[in-house]
Design a protein around this ligand. Structure first.
Ligand code: SIN
Length: 482
């Protein structure tokens, strides 16, 4: 499958100032389902990264002066182009990331929806007027674009995580330099090229591809022209980037790891709860920050819930995402499979019961069999760490107080799920759950109208909704004497 032929949608290197740039060395992009090289791209050099930032600075001068209507029209065309190219984009995404092509299409639509949302919301970048302290003074507040921004994005959603950051930044009148994961750079390049086709001026969106994440990250967090960084990824890396941004006084938005509790009470509709669990657990083979990580089930319904769950998990088809019937693709790298194996081994040694399904995956690729783990206890790594694989970890609880205590027993605070039909209980639980997002009888919590983000070690700032624009704007107050 290795092709070194030039694809106009992804070029062969970084996208800087409206063109593809070459360098001396290349790195391969590997298909995790086949372990074959999809293509090889030129590594960005530090000089090229510097050029990307300075040309983003130049582009900002013009872009920040465009009208909301102009930005809205371009964003809308970008959204439409993504949908026109959805088949090619989804195939590319599956080849570099592994998720089933149907899920890849859903991701393209999800990312495109952010672009459409911000094409509309950018016309509502309202300021305010405030009564002045004296008769001859008026106070006016404007929302201004913050300047050149940077984004460092993960491999689990190679398209949507960039789309939701870039759409908000560009809608606000900012320019953006993106460093996608070196594991999945192709979707990022295609997104930028389609942006140009939609009318984004050169320099408004730049994409730097390369394997030296440390060096590129350092430049994006220290360069004086960059005013804000939006990062999605691990808590460990987020902490380092945030500390460097702090030193250089840059604004930071962090969407970091989660450890989502999925709580099912005995008054829940069990069918709805199990469908929700399948969705929240197995999306992207369990590789999302909002995947249910610890399933907490009230003890009186544990047995019927497990029966329903087993019946569904055993039917999951693992395989190459390009094949029509695949529901669970490979994990991103061999290390990801090793981590899941380590979590299962640790849980088993500490007394958990493990049932694995579909244990003969394809001979090539980084596949991991779906599993259900019961009798999970807090001393197990699977309870403390993000699983990032197709494994359901289950424990039971007796009372509401115990459910809350277990749910909050983590440093993470991204998403939680709650299944019950008792409205009073819902309010009691929602008040106490230490999470930025709570799905109530609902597992599909991600959409552009909602403010996505966490608290505690899961980060800060919000993406999506009108609040997403706050990350890329600052308030300028006018004190007006009359
Ligand atoms: C993530 O895993 O970080 C993002 C998940 C989503 O946007 O739904």
């Amino acid at each position: 499958m290795h092709t070194d032929k030039f694809d106009p949608l992804i070029g062969n290197g970084s996208w800087i100032n409206g063109r593809w740039v070459k360098s001396e060395s290349k790195f391969p992009v590997i298909n995790p389902a086949t372990e074959q090289v999809v293509t090889a791209l030129y590594e960005v050099t530090m000089e090229q990264a510097e050029t990307a930032i300075t040309s983003a600075e130049e582009a900002f001068r013009h872009w920040s002066q465009t009208t909301a209507q102009e930005r809205s029209d371009i964003l809308r065309r970008w959204y439409e182009l993504l949908l026109t190219h959805i088949d090619a984009l989804a195939e590319l995404l599956t080849k570099e990331q592994g998720k089933p092509v149907g899920e890849a299409k859903a991701e393209i639509r999800y990312g495109a929806d952010y672009i459409r949302w911000y094409s509309e919301e950018c016309r509502r970048l309202y300021g305010e007027t405030i009564p002045g302290p004296t008769q001859n003074k008026r106070i006016i507040v404007l929302r201004q674009p913050i300047g050149v921004t940077a984004a460092i994005t993960p491999w689990n959603f190679p398209n949507a995580m960039i789309a939701r950051k870039a759409a908000a930044a560009i809608a606000a009148g900012c320019t953006m330099v993106v460093k996608p994961s070196e594991l999945t750079p192709l979707s990022a390049l295609a997104l930028a090229k389609l942006g140009q086709m939609a009318g984004l001026p050169d320099g408004v969106l730049q994409v730097l591809v390369g394997t030296d994440a440390e060096k590129i990250g350092e430049m994006l967090t220290t360069h004086p022209a960059i005013q804000a960084l939006s990062f999605t990824g691990s808590t460990e890396v987020g902490r380092k980037l945030a500390s460097r941004c702090g030193e250089h006084l840059k604004r930071v938005t962090l969407e970091l790891g989660g450890n989502a509790p999925f709580i099912v009470f005995d008054d829940a509709d069990l069918g709805v709860a199990v469908d929700g669990l399948m969705q929240a657990k197995f999306r992207n083979a369990g590789q999302t920050c909002i995947c249910s990580n610890r399933v907490l089930v009230q003890d009186s319904i544990l047995t019927p819930l497990l029966e329903k769950l087993h019946a569904k998990v055993k039917k999951l088809r693992v395989g190459d995402g390009l094949l029509e019937h695949t529901q669970i693709g490979p994990l991103i790298q061999p290390q990801a499979c090793q981590k899941v194996a380590h979590l299962l081994d640790d849980a088993s040694r500490k007394g958990a019961k493990i049932t694995q399904f579909n244990e003969t995956p394809p001979t090539h690729g980084y596949f991991c069999a779906p599993a259900i783990v019961t009798n999970v206890t807090p001393n197990m790594a699977i309870y403390r760490e993000e699983i990032f694989g197709p494994v359901v970890a289950i424990m039971s609880f007796a009372t509401e107080d115990e459910a809350i205590r277990l749910a909050n027993d983590t440093q993470a605070g991204l998403a939680a799920y709650l299944y019950t039909q008792n409205p009073s209980r819902i309010w009691r639980m929602v008040d106490q759950l230490e999470y930025g997002m709570v799905g109530i009888n609902d597992a599909a919590i991600s959409n552009p109208a909602a403010p996505f983000g966490g608290i505690k070690a899961s980060g800060f700032g919000r993406e999506g909704s009108r609040h997403g624009l706050d990350e890329f704007t600052y308030l300028k107050y006018l004190s007006w004497g009359i």
